[in-house]
Design a protein around this ligand. Structure first.
Ligand SMILES: Cc1cc2nc3c(=O)[nH]c(=O)nc-3n(C[C@H](O)[C@H](O)[C@H](O)COP(=O)(O)O)c2cc1C
Length: 293
């Protein structure tokens, strides 16, 4: 299986050996309702920490309380930013926070997105573009295929050992770029996308499930309230049973956290979209990496 595309695309002339000595640490920032992105960012950052001898600071912006403040980056940090792909883009409800946070005085930046085997669309170029416009210096970018949080059948078994190996090779290239000290990824893809992917039903027509919310099975729900604590939008309250009000981004955090399997989406369009994904995206998608030459 060919599951790794490496693009060595950056301009890195005039490298200054030893520039990494000036870095004080790695800041790992991520949004990860179902933990897949957090796991990939974690593996990459521990490999980078080992290679560069730097400590890692974690900033998990999944829950609303964590987004009250913006993560500050100094010029002496390597910023690794991870996000899942939603509808071919960065999650739109988090866009303002991401855009406001991605400010830096030339800090080296690595963008990482995970996607559920359909397509990473414009999400990676969008993330790198926001970092570049915010004054960070993109030196690496990766789009990693993962199971789709809508269905355990899609890309089951990933990440594989080969996926891990690819990510560690990427860490080698990023560490080398950090030591190099200068250079920046040139623009790739669409750094200012405006359209989102329209989900489809099995018959190819648009699936409209924007307003859908999970439902609790009264026979299984123990009213423990865990679902309310993990919602990235703070949209679940406990009124005996969980009540889903406000914005639901369909991230599946509540469903995957529920130990009793009490939550699910009954919405017909949502289910049809999941069936379409299961039928169509059966081949393992490749991971894609952008590194400096
Ligand atoms: C609302 C939503 C939209 C998604 N859109 C896409 C998509 O456009 N392409 C894709 O391949 N995967 C898509 N996915 C799958 C996720 O990107 C993937 O499962 C990701 O690894 C989840 O990250 P997490 O485990 O950190 O939450 C979508 C998932 C959700 C919840």
């Amino acid at each position: 299986m060919e599951n790794c595309n490496i693009h060595a695309v950056g301009a890195s002339a005039g490298r200054t050996q030893g520039a990494s000595l000036h870095l004080r640490g790695i800041t790992a920032v991520f949004f990860s309702p179902c933990s897949g992105t957090a796991g990939r960012v974690g593996l990459l950052c521990s490999a980078l920490a080992q290679r560069l001898g730097l400590p890692v600071r974690r900033v998990d912006y999944t829950l609303p309380a964590a987004r009250v403040q913006l993560p500050p980056f100094g010029p002496y940090e390597l910023v690794v930013w991870g996000s899942p792909v939603y509808a071919g883009r960065l999650p739109n409800k988090l866009k303002d926070y991401v855009e406001a946070s991605l400010r830096g005085e030339g800090s080296p930046f690595v963008g990482l997105v995970t996607f559920g085997n359909r397509s990473h669309g414009d999400a990676l170029s969008e993330l790198v573009g926001l970092a570049r416009r915010g004054g960070l210096r993109p030196i690496g970018a990766a789009a990693l295929a993962m199971p789709h949080v809508f269905s355990a059948l899609i890309a089951a078994g990933r990440p594989t050992a080969a996926d891990d190996e690819g990510l560690l090779r990427f860490a080698d290239a990023v560490a080398e770029a950090v030591v190099g000290g200068v250079g920046c990824l040139p623009p790739f893809g669409n750094e200012s996308p405006d359209a989102y992917y329209t989900p489809l039903r099995v018959d190819g027509s648009p699936a409209r499930f924007l307003k859908a919310t999970p439902q609790a099975d009264v026979r299984l729900c123990t009213r423990c309230g865990l679902c309310a604590t993990v919602c990235p939008m703070g949209s679940v309250s406990m009124e005996g049973l969980p009540r889903f009000g406000g914005v639901c981004i369909k991230c599946q955090a509540c469903i995957s956290a529920c130990r009793r399997g009490a939550l699910s989406f009954a919405d017909g369009d949502f289910r049809s979209h999941v069936a379409m994904l299961e039928q169509t995206f059966t081949c393992p998608a490749p991971n894609v990496f952008y590194t400096l030459q």
